[in-house]
Design a protein around this ligand. Structure first.
Ligand SMILES: [Zn+2]
Length: 138
């Protein structure tokens, strides 16, 4: 008489193996552990490689143009705002010449001499009257 058929997997689960649920838990833990460990390391490596940024170390050079500039006078070492003065320069003469060629030679060619936008700009120190810089449009 062989009565082995009764101990089938189905019957065993119901009756004698209440410890079957644990396996799924144990299987999930080792599987979920690796990802968290690997993620932190990934961004770190990326950050190290992308940090290299080349920045040109250029000292700010003050631009002496048409408007007064706040600077330090090299002569009297005073912090001053330069006094600007418009002077006829080579650019003024070129504009005059161009106007002559175009046909505006009846007085019109002297317009550039009256327009500050065509003249060079001289920056001088209001303290000691020394010419600090000259803005040449050419
Ligand atoms: Zn000065």
């Amino acid at each position: 008489m062989s009565a082995p058929p009764p101990p089938y997997p189905g019957k065993g689960q119901e009756a004698g193996y209440p410890a079957q649920p644990p396996p799924p838990q144990g299987y999930g833990q080792p599987y979920g552990a690796p990802p968290p460990a690997g993620q932190p390391g990934y961004p770190q490596q990326q950050g190290q490689t992308t940090v290299v940024v080349a920045q040109p170390a250029v000292t700010v050079v003050q631009q002496f143009r048409e408007s007064p500039v706040h600077t330090r006078c090299p002569h009297c070492q005073a912090e001053v705002v330069t006094a600007t003065q418009f002077e006829t320069g080579s650019f003024t003469w070129i504009i005059c010449l161009v106007l002559c060629i175009v046909g505006c030679d009846l007085g019109c060619c002297f317009i550039p001499f009256c327009v500050d936008g065509c003249k060079d700009v001289t920056h001088s120190c209001p303290n000691c009257k020394t010419v600090i810089s000259r803005y040449n449009r050419m």
